[in-house]
Design a protein around this ligand. Structure first.
Ligand code: DAH
Length: 337
């Protein structure tokens, strides 16, 4: 019987199987190759059936050899299956990919409020002139806001301020600061001269909002204390600021005025290139009483101060006619600046 059995070409079975596995182009394709190579229709299974025709002593070796070929083919199939599955997954992911990185056109990016823009620009101009930026609290003592600034209790200048008081301590002792001038006092008490500071900040007054008034607005205060500071230094500083902030076509002038905290005092105006004048703020030589309240000896030091409204400056710069728009949070207004 053993003579009748056809010789099994194991190498041929293995090489043919490996070639077909390698040639499979998809996991589905590989499934049908599997049927042909190791499945019920396979030459391998046929060969296994023919083992029965071998002599018993040959059957075992031939069986082992067949099993080795089967194991080799199965391993090759597993490897090819993972390979093909990975490619198919990558293809699927790529085809289902959503590009979320694109920024749709027409999306607007926010920007600083016009008052903040003016505030920042003012700081830049004065820092560029060698000044430091100082701060003080929005809730002040009556002393820092008035007494120390040479506005004692009963002084008529107090009436002009429409002060909002806070319920804290003895009645009338604590308030929402009506101007940034108390930062002059706090700065002098905190540091020795020479002093070159600007203090931008929020101030409060008991006012009904209209096109030109708000109960909450912003000022910037300036204070210089040094040896031998004169009115000429003040005028020169106002002029330098005017050109730096508004541009080369602009110039400034001082007009006599009265403030309790300065002597002499002045109003300063800015002239536009077309010749028209804008009233901007107040200034003057720091009153000796104010220097003393700040712990500065008026015999040794002198200085000047100035203060003006940031909101008003911004409305001039941007051509805003109703400053209530600053607080309406209407993007149609805000997006113009
Ligand atoms: N504090 C004044 C106000 O609110 C403005 C002012 C005037 C400030 C003259 C000054 C100054 O420093 O010298 O009306």
């Amino acid at each position: 019987m053993s003579d009748a059995a056809p010789p099994i070409d194991l190498d041929g079975l293995r090489d043919d199987g490996l070639a077909r596995i390698a040639a499979a182009t998809s996991t589905d394709d590989l499934k049908s190759v599997e049927g042909d190579v190791t499945g019920k229709r396979s030459a391998l299974l046929e060969a296994r059936k023919s083992l029965g025709q071998l002599a018993p002593e040959d059957r075992k070796t031939a069986g082992q050899a067949l099993n080795e070929v089967k194991t080799t083919l199965e391993a090759a199939m597993d490897a090819r299956r993972s390979e093909l599955a990975a490619v198919e997954l990558a293809t699927q992911l790529e085809s289902e990919r959503l590009d979320l990185t694109e920024v749709p056109t027409g999306v607007t990016v926010g920007h600083a409020h016009p008052v903040t823009q003016a505030w920042d620009e003012l700081e830049d101009v004065f820092v560029g002139m060698g000044y430091r930026v100082a701060e003080g609290p929005g809730i002040e003592t009556d002393w820092h806001n008035f007494d120390a600034l040479n506005i004692p209790k009963g002084h008529p200048a107090r009436d002009g301020f429409d002060t909002l008081y806070v319920e804290h301590g003895p009645p009338g002792s604590t308030l929402l600061r009506t101007h940034t001038s108390p930062v002059q006092i706090r700065t002098m008490l905190a540091q020795e001269p020479p002093i070159y500071i600007v203090a931008p900040g929020r101030v409060f007054r008991r006012d009904t909002a209209d096109a030109t008034h708000l109960p909450v607005f912003h000022q910037i205060e300036g204070l210089v204390i040094d040896k031998g500071i004169s009115l000429a230094d003040l005028a020169g500083t106002i002029e330098a600021f005017t050109t730096a902030y508004f541009g080369p076509g602009y110039t400034s002038r001082l007009r006599p005025n009265y403030f309790p905290f300065t002597e002499p005092s002045a109003e300063f105006d800015v002239q536009r290139p077309d010749g028209s004048w804008l009233e901007l703020g107040g200034c003057g030589m720091v009153h000796p009483n104010v220097l003393r309240a700040g712990g500065v000896d008026p015999e040794e030091w002198s200085g000047f101060a100035f203060g003006f409204g940031i909101d008003r400056l911004a409305s001039i710069k941007f051509g805003i006619s109703d400053i209530r728009n600053y607080f309406r949070n209407d993007v149609r207004f805000l997006s113009q600046f």
